[in-house]
Design a protein around this ligand. Structure first.
Ligand SMILES: Cc1ncc(COP(=O)(O)O)c(C=O)c1O
Length: 461
């Protein structure tokens, strides 16, 4: 087939996609039955255009909270082009100029952390972290301290091992059996407090619930606790005040490494460089992906302290180094894009904008909650927010997932792309999700929440 003529032929592209592309998280039956797959062809700032010419305001940064600096940045393309033209790739046992430069820039934003291991996706970065924990256990604890704790409603990736650390039942369904040695602790969503407590009492109860798991399993069997700083796809859960101090104390008391998964919150999303920095917590391992290069190139990082790194330095033991490989961790496009991405965030004060426009977003969502009895809870931080929809505010019965999908669909028809917890949490796929690019203006935010207002009115009344 002539590729040039195909790109000038929208119908041909749609048919090629329908015939041959397998989309992520998608049921393809409607495409087979005549619904056209949506093809995105161009992006500028906060907006994207599809192949049929329809304009969309994107409130979810590329669907999965990635394009933190917005679309169409020529200097990102130039930085990638320069890097790959000079030196596109070399396997990670050698360094590259973009790799070393970005590692230094990144560590400068992460006091207390020291080492950057490059990979390509959030799942892969988390796998690296899990492997480090396992190897430390073998090398220093006779293999016993190998368990990895994760939290209900958190998500850490799509591979079998990261799904083994997955707290979203519907994401895991049909993919077992899973990797042994992963143990769940309860979620910390105060709105759905497990024991009815709130505020400081709920924080204390949540910490006690983690400690109970540690004591049940035996602290000498637990290598790490892996947590999202704000649970993202599990419903935008910000832990109650006091929670993170408690987490830090538990990790110290029981000698458990704290692994924070910053795949979503990392690089400015909440207003600080990393989500954990909102809570004054000091992790041992931090993983990140989406916002690192805002989707202009594939890159993820697993960042550790020297205390973690040093456990792999022993030239008397031939197996003691981190025996991991990431072929495409050696692509220079990733760190070259990440350098430029970080410069843009600094030059344009996009972290400050995340705080300011995030406040505007939260105010607008709170105003919608006043207006619509269907919104039971609004939560989030910076340009990262959720609105939980309920059929009854007192009983907090979740709205049916189909109605939530209808609201998302109505916004899409209005030209505004929003998200929702989606086939992840049995019975609780009822939270609308917002993570616009960090360049979002108050006008953009108003346009987003106006669309939601109209959609809720039309779908729920
Ligand atoms: C918190 C979190 N961790 C890890 C991942 C996995 O990242 P990836 O899809 O790049 O493998 C995601 C993806 O959405 C995520 O939300």
């Amino acid at each position: 087939m002539d590729i040039q003529s195909l790109t000038n032929d929208p119908e041909g592209i749609i048919e090629a996609d329908r015939a041959h592309v397998w989309h992520h998280l998608s049921q393809h039956k409607p495409y087979a039955n005549g619904v056209d797959p949506r093809i995105i062809v161009e992006g500028k700032g906060m907006r994207v255009w599809d192949i049929k010419g329809k304009e969309h305001l994107d409130a979810v940064s590329g669907g999965v909270w990635t394009v933190n600096i917005g679309y169409g940045r020529k200097r990102m393309g130039d930085a990638i082009s320069d890097a790959v033209t000079k030196m596109c790739f070399f396997g990670g046992s050698m360094g590259t100029i973009p790799g070393a430069t970005f590692a230094e820039m990144l560590i400068d934003k992460m006091p207390g952390l020291d080492r950057v291991y490059y990979a390509n996706s959030g799942s892969e970065a988390n796998e690296k972290a899990f492997k480090m924990v396992r190897q430390i256990s073998h090398k220093h604890h006779g293999g016993k301290k190998h368990k990895i704790l994760f939290r209900d409603r958190d998500y850490h990736g799509t591979t079998i091992a990261t799904l083994s650390a997955g707290g979203q039942e519907e994401r895991n369904a049909q993919y077992g059996p899973f990797t042994p040695g992963f143990v769940a602790v309860p979620h910390c969503l105060e709105y759905r407090s497990q024991d009815g407590t709130t505020g400081a009492a709920y924080a204390a109860a949540s910490i006690k619930a983690i400690e109970d798991v540690i004591l049940r399993e035996g602290a000498d069997t637990i290598g790490s606790l892996c947590l999202e700083p704000i649970t993202a796809g599990g419903g935008i859960i910000v832990a109650p005040d006091g929670y993170w101090e408690g987490v830090q104390e538990l990790c110290k008391k029981y000698e458990i490494l704290l692994h924070i998964d910053e795949v979503v919150c990392g690089v400015g999303r909440t207003g600080t460089w990393f989500g954990y920095q909102q809570f004054g917590v000091q992790p041992d391992i931090v993983t990140m992906a989406k916002g690192v290069a805002s989707g202009y190139a594939a890159i993820s990082c697993c960042v550790t302290t020297n205390a973690v790194f040093d456990q792999f330095q022993d030239d008397t033991d031939k197996l003691s180094f981190f025996r991991d490989i990431s072929t495409f961790g050696g692509c220079t496009a990733g760190p070259a894009a990440a350098i430029e991405n970080m410069k843009i965030i600094e030059e344009e004060d996009l972290r400050g904008n995340s705080v300011r426009s995030g406040e505007h977003l939260k105010n607008n969502l709170n105003a919608l909650m006043e207006k619509h009895k269907w919104i039971g809870d609004v939560r989030g931080m910076g340009l990262f927010a959720g609105a939980e929809l309920v059929a009854d505010r007192t009983r907090k019965d979740p709205i049916d997932e189909k109605l939530v999908a209808a609201i998302v669909g109505d916004c899409m028809a209005q030209g505004v792309i929003i998200g929702a917890t989606n086939k992840s949490l049995p019975g609780y796929n009822n939270t609308l999700l917002f993570a616009p690019s960090l360049i979002a203006t108050p006008d953009d935010i108003d346009e987003i929440t106006d669309a939601v207002d109209q959609a809720i009115t039309r779908v729920l009344g």
